[in-house]
Structure formats: C-alpha cells, structure tokens
Design a protein around this ligand. Structure first.
Ligand code: SF4
Ligand code: MG
Length: 279
C-alpha cells in the first residue's frame, strides 16, 4: 500500500488566535490591530510555536493572551527589555512586542531609545491612542497639550512626545505608521516589519473610544503617505517632523548592523542554563 503524503494545510489567521475572548470595550481599535497581527502571521506562514508575543501593561498589552503563540505579559514599560533578552537568547524565534503609548513612551521610554539604538531584531507595535485607557483616562506622553479632561482640566500644556522622530534619531531601521481602521494595510505593514532584519517600529493609531471618543474621526483624517519610503534618514526626518501625524505607510527603511544574537541555541536543561551563571 502506498502511503499518501499530504502537504500541511496553509495556516489561517484563526490559527494564531487563542480561545480567550478579548475584554476590550466595544469599538476599541485594538480589536483590529489583533486581527491585523494574526493576518500578518498567516501571510508569513510562521509556525505559532516559533513566534513569541511580549507585552507590558495596559489595554493593548493584553494581546499575548489573545494569540496562540508563546506569550509573555510583563511589567509596566519593560516589554522591550524582556523581548531583547528573549531574542538574544533565542534568535530562532520571531519576537513581536505589543503595547500602548503610556507603557512604551513613559516608563518604557528608556528601553525604547536603547532598543532602537541597538537595532535588536524585534518588531515593536505600539497602539497609540494618546491616553492611558486601562487606568481611566490620564494624559499620556502623546496626549495633545490642550486636551481638556477631568483629570487634566484645561490641558496639560506639555508638548507631545513624537515617537517616530525619537525612533529615527535613536537608530530604528524600520519606521511605519498604521491605522487600526485599515486592517489589511496594517497587516501588510506588520508583515514587512517582521521580515525586516533589525528593529522595526510600527506606530498604529488605535482609537480609545471610551476616553477619547473624538478619535473616531481619525478615519476621516488618515491617508496613505504620498511619498514612498526612503532609506535616507535626513529626508525621513524632514517628512516625519513636518507631517500632521496621519500619513500611513512605511516611512523609513534602512540597513544597519544588528545587535549580536547568540549563535548557539540555549539548551533546554535547567542545569545547563544554570552552569552558565556559576561564579
Ligand atoms: Fe480600548 Fe480605551 Fe477601552 Fe482600553 S479603555 S479597551 S483602550 S476603548
Ligand atoms: Mg494609550
């Protein structure tokens, strides 16, 4: 009897979703970012057990629990530090980091600078809604200075953090902006970011419909970037500094030496790992 060898079925986005149902508010932009991530992973046909999703704390940092990949839900602002260690020790894994503007640009700001500078081969997806959603609506680093709210009456008066400019100045080699209301385009950007060899930063405008309901209007404001990506940092800086924050697409992509990764895979035995730390 001849054995029939069937080719493995192609993976679909559903293969990257866990059985855990998201607890986000209805209409939250993070739903479609999750869908875009699973579409990107399916487009790349990455085995789920070869992908790790790492996060900090916040609404968007719940994403690892909603995927069927390996996940690590860390502490506030430290996702990039944990992800860097993981990627250096296990370069065979695709490591995706997810989080929000409060987590990533405030307490996590220092790690953001140095992950860009080191050019660690990670994909960093930030769902930016210009507010701390999980803790009920405080101003975040990207909040507009005149955003009037109960917690910041009359606005903070503090200049907004500009994550794309900071990423470029710090040495990120892939910089893109997406919009959660464009899941197909965002999935394409995430897939390109994952394929990029080096630190890929993807800022995704993801409305917080509960504390920033006016962000529903973003769908009228976003547009595809009129100029294609560049590998010229000075040109990219001019474009990013002068745009209004609603140009969508890959804005900068260049090559630079990556942070060195471990050449040999770490063994599974705890004793072997411990032996490396014996003084
Ligand atoms: Fe999304 Fe805002 Fe609700 Fe958090 S509070 S789940 S960011 S809509
Ligand atoms: Mg936020």
């Amino acid at each position: 009897m001849t054995e029939t060898l069937c080719p493995p079925a192609a993976r679909t986005p559903a293969d990257y979703k866990s059985a855990t149902k998201p607890v986000w508010c209805p209409g939250c932009g993070d739903f479609t970012v999750l869908a875009s991530l699973t579409r990107a992973l399916a487009a790349l046909q990455l085995p789920p057990h070869e992908v790790a999703v790492v996060s900090g704390i916040g609404c968007s940092s719940r994403i690892p629990a909603y995927t069927a990949c390996y996940g690590f839900h860390g502490v506030h602002g430290r996702a990039l530090a944990a992800a860097t260690g993981l990627k250096v020790a296990r370069p065979d894994l695709t490591v995706v980091v997810t989080g929000g503007d409060g987590d990533g640009y405030s307490i996590g700001g220092n790690h953001f600078l140095h992950a860009c500078r080191r050019n660690v081969d990670l994909t960093y997806i930030v769902m930016d809604n210009h507010v701390y959603g999980m803790t009920k609506g405080q101003a975040s680093p990207t909040t507009e200075p005149d955003w009037d709210s109960k917690l910041s009456p009359g606005g903070t008066g503090v200049r907004s953090f500009h994550p794309l400019v900071i990423a470029l100045a710090s040495g990120a080699t892939f910089i893109a902006r997406g919009y959660s209301g464009d899941p197909g385009g965002t999935a394409d950007i995430i897939a390109q970011a994952i394929r990029h060899p080096g630190f890929a930063f993807v800022e995704i405008l993801s409305p917080c419909v509960t504390f920033r309901p006016e962000q529903r209007n973003w769908k009228q404001q976003v547009r595809p970037a009129s100029v294609d990506r560049t590998d010229d940092a000075a040109r990219a800086a001019r474009r990013i500094m002068t745009d209004d924050g609603f140009n969508i697409g890959v804005l900068y992509c260049a090559e630079r030496t990556q942070y060195p990764l471990r050449r040999e895979r770490v063994g599974g035995a705890v004793a072997a790992l411990e032996s490396e730390f014996v003084l």
